[in-house]
Design a protein around this ligand. Sequence first.
Ligand code: PHB
Length: 403
Amino acid sequence: MRAPRAIAVCLPITIAALSVCLGRALAQNATTPSTVSQDSIKIGIVIPMTGTSGAVGREISDATKLYMAQHGDTVAGKKIELLIRDDQSVPDNAKRLAQELIVNDKVSFLGAGLTPSAMSMAPMATEAKVPTVVMVSGTSVVVDRSPYYVRTSFTLGQQSGIIADWAIKNGSRKAVAILSDWAPGAEAGKVFEQNFTKGGGQVLETLKVPLANPDFSPFLQRARDLVPDTLFVFVPAGQAGTFARQFSERGLDKSGIKLIGPGDITDDDDLPTTGDALVGVVTAGMYSAVHPSQLNKDYAAAYKKATGHRANFISVGGYDGMNLIYQALKITDGNTDADTMIGTMKGMKWESPRGPISIDPRTRDIVQNIYIRKVEKVGGEPWAIEFETFPAVKDPLKEAAAN
Ligand code: PHB
């Protein structure tokens, strides 16, 4: 009579959640009596480990493993297990993998990656009540998709408004926007244009570049033909190297047009391969591998030693995501109840390699410093050198919606 009892406890919920609930109920029945002793706590992270966004998955995987290597694999007397799953940037895969992690592996936490995947996992996290740390997505709306979502990455709006204001202050008036054609690109463009036009500037044209295997050349040519004084560009992690090459091949690095953007175009993972193409470029970002704090010096050195790569802005989303889970578990003494967990995470503050950060208790979104940085060569390699700090920046789209 196991199955009918499992169905009965699952009935008051939607069909989408039925399979999740059934899996859990059946698994519990199989190990009756029902209090399953939880000696280990599993964290299941769904990220692209292969394909065009494979670098993103590598960075999150490396950073979360580094965190565990440094902080141990036991919290509040419980062993922590990390399960990493490759969604190949396909939202349907992310949904299926999240379901398997919940039902089969019985994870207590999920980690979410790219925006489309994080969106598709949200109903699972909600129905099964699994606290989920958004470690990559930079789209404002994602965290609203589930009451169990908390973000440790960034939003494009946090950076794009600040760089628009900086550009106006420094004489820019006519801009062209080149944006990767998906949700984070749309948000970057929206907030940039709002602030740029408010300051008296004009966006001459917005050019949208396909996300997969992008060829920037025709868009760069079109941008140049419009004779702007400024080019605002958003490309996601993994594409800055290609962009920089095509930018300099077209001679745009010597054209006098100022290149600006959120931090993604000066991704530390790509900068070492960009030669002189991005030298002088100014961006507003939340992390630079040369952020001058002792904590970051130690983080960047340990990351480089463990992986052979520079730490970058994606990696800190994973590293801080693990810290959020570890610190919250310490406070709850290992209690993983979703509402208790989310309640504990709201308002948490700590020092990240990127600087001081916190979780906004109202929105569950990240509050962090945004730095204005200029690419300069130091020791023969380009780095994003911070020269101005905007402290404790919230996501402007959420703030605007609340007012
Ligand atoms: C996202 O998934 O929203 C995303 C990913 C990589 C970026 C920016 C945004 O560089």
